[in-house]
Design a protein around this ligand. Structure first.
Ligand code: NAG
Ligand code: NAG
Length: 99
C-alpha cells in the first residue's frame, strides 16, 4: 500500500497538466477553474509509475508508458473518447531475455 499511496501524486500532476491542455480546446469549463480530470483521462486505470511518454503508434497523439508491479510495462494509447488514455499494450518484462 505504501507504493500505491506514493504514486498518485505524479498521476495527479500529469492529469492536471494534460487536462488543462485538453480543456483549452473543449468544454465549457471556466479558464481559471481547477478541475480533477484523473478519472476522465484514465478511468479506473490511474495507477502505476509513469516511466516515459511518446507517440508509439504514430497517430500524432502522446502515449504513456507506465510501469506496474515490478515487471509489467503498460502502454496507454491516446484516444479521442473518454477515458482519453487506454491501456492497450501490455508487456511483461519477465518475458524479455535478460542476457
Ligand atoms: C482526483 O481524482 C482521482 C480519481 O477519482 C482521485 O483518486 C484523486 O484523489 C483526485 N485528486 C484530488 C487532488 O482530488
Ligand atoms: C498485464 O499482464 C500481466 C501478466 O500477464 C497481468 O497480470 C496484468 O493484469 C495485465 N495488465 C493489464 C492492464 O492488462
Amino acid at each position: 500500500m505504501a507504493a500505491a499511496s506514493r504514486l498518485p501524486d505524479s498521476w495527479v500532476l500529469l492529469a492536471l497538466l494534460l487536462g488543462r491542455l485538453a480543456l483549452l480546446g473543449v468544454g465549457p469549463v471556466p479558464a481559471r477553474a481547477l478541475h480533477n480530470v484523473t478519472a476522465e483521462l484514465f478511468g479506473a486505470e490511474a495507477w502505476g509509475t509513469l516511466a516515459a511518454f511518446g507517440d508509439l503508434n504514430s497517430d500524432k497523439q502522446t502515449d504513456l508508458f507506465v510501469l506496474r508491479e515490478r515487471n509489467d510495462l503498460i502502454v496507454f494509447l491516446a484516444d479521442q473518447n473518454a477515458p482519453y488514455f487506454k491501456p492497450k499494450v501490455n508487456v511483461s518484462l519477465k518475458d524479455c531475455p535478460s542476457s
